[in-house]
Design a protein around this ligand. Structure first.
Ligand code: PRT
Ligand code: ZN
Length: 288
């Protein structure tokens, strides 16, 4: 077991998760050095230490308690993870684990895979999916370049990670079923001490304020006095919008916060209602 007064977080050393994982930590105000080739680093201003590892090894390290936490794709957590908790979804490195077959093949449903051979790096997730759907297939576990398996005659289908779909396309394959939608997550050891749990709470609080900040924008605009009520109605704000009178009595300045998802829709309504001089500013952190 590691030192009780410091959390150990395992991060992918080099790969698709690394940059976003490091950015999240930095945006949470946690300072540390992450020079290339480093395997371990300790924060200068928060009780946390980082281990830089291959993503496939992270679930085991977390289960064994060598690390308290790890950032991995859900796909890796489900494939390799035994006895770990899912602590938080992080919203980056989104992808899906899908079944794909040669593009010229006719697909009428999952029965296509009955008695078929499927190449994958995710035998456990695939087996669970096939069992649930009553499909018996021969799973070929391979560690990389899964998408070439059908063209070399190794399998009649593949089960692989898809993001844009261009890898499948350029290998003459089409996606036919999604097995799992995945994103980066924080996984945690199941026997963390109370002391570590309280450090984890502080870390999660910071991460959540950064995430909320990213999902919202600060907006300032000018509203004609006669349209004030109508415009305020469009802006919920954190409690309610701030309204400040301008020197010109016919106008007011309104400050508020709007969610990224409804951003353009609200902006359009505001303009139609007579708002002018709309400024939109990013929010670094948001604490409610
Ligand atoms: O060296 P290490 O073992 O640490 O890294 P790795 O090579 O095993 O993993 P890495 O860095 O490639 O991916 C880490 C995680 O990123 C994965 O476990 C997923 O959760 C997530 N992720 C997101 C992806 C992709 N997008 C992705 N597109 N992982 C892999 N791919 C590959 C996929 O395997 C396929 O070859 O990209 C290709 C498909 O991409 P499209 O855009 O052509 O569909
Ligand atoms: Zn890996």
């Amino acid at each position: 077991m590691t030192n009780n007064s410091i959390l150990r977080l395992a991060i992918q050393r080099k790969g698709r998760l690394s940059e976003d994982s490091l950015n999240l930590i930095k945006e949470s105000g946690i300072k540390f050095s992450s020079g290339t080739g480093k395997l371990k680093s300790k924060s200068r201003n928060f009780p946390i230490e980082f281990l830089f590892l291959r993503d496939d090894d992270i679930p085991d390290y977390v289960a064994d308690g060598v690390a308290d936490l790890g950032i991995v794709g859900e796909n890796v957590a489900l494939e390799k993870g035994k006895n770990i908790d899912i602590v938080k979804k992080l919203g980056f490195s989104k992808c899906r684990l899908s079944l794909a077959i040669p593009k010229e093949a006719e697909y009428l449903g999952l029965q296509y895979f009955q008695e078929a051979s499927i190449a994958t790096s995710y035998p456990k997730i695939l087996q669970d999916f096939l069992d649930k759907n009553g499909i018996f297939a021969d799973i070929h576990e391979i560690s990389g370049s899964v998408e070439i398996a059908p063209s070399i005659g190794l399998a009649s289908g593949v089960c692989d990670i898809v993001s844009s779909g261009s890898t499948l396309l350029s290998n003459g394959l089409k996606e036919v079923e999604t097995i799992l939608n995945s994103e980066a997550i924080i996984i945690g050891n199941q026997q963390m001490s109370d002391e570590k749990k309280s450090i984890l709470d502080k870390l999660l609080f910071r991460i959540e304020s950064v995430q909320k900040g990213k999902n919202n924008k600060y907006i300032l605009l000018n509203a004609p006095t006669e349209k004030l009520d109508e415009i305020i109605e469009l802006l919920p704000g954190m409690r309610s919008p701030t309204v400040l009178p301008l020197a010109d009595k016919k106008w007011n300045s309104i400050h508020s916060v709007i969610n990224e998802d409804e951003f353009w829709e609200v902006i359009e309504k505001l303009r139609n209602a007579g708002a002018e001089g709309i400024l939109v500013v990013p929010i670094e952190k948001m604490i409610l």
